[in-house]
Unconditional design. Sequence first.
Length: 147
Amino acid sequence: MTAKDYAVKLLGFCDRSEKEIREKITKKGYSETECEEAIAFCRSYGYLDDGRYAEHFVNDSVNLKKHGKARIKMELRQKGIDESLIEEAISSIEDESEMLKSEMERRFGGYDFTDKKVKNKVFNFFMRRGFSARDILNAMNAEEDYE
């Protein structure tokens, strides 16, 4: 199997970043030249597009995983996506504070936010998800108002 065939096979399963494809091809034992030819081939046919990948990644992270901007940015950087493409894809996130409030209500609606342990647990949960401390605290205060 040539490097081109291997790259196309990988992209047939799911969309991947250029960095991920490069790493997998190199790990498989293909030369640097074969790797670059395979990437150029995939790019020329539109199989490999980091901009499209970033958009899909942001969409899935927001709608399915309920992650915040900070976590999404970090994960995209780890996948080798260019900073300008990350910013462009992230700009599609409208208002993450509303998503945060609804997710907090769904997951922790019955919790007592006046209890410090509970408040810390919820705060840390959403920090790991990539939300800003300000948005988390605002959402917690809104939850306390409903009780």
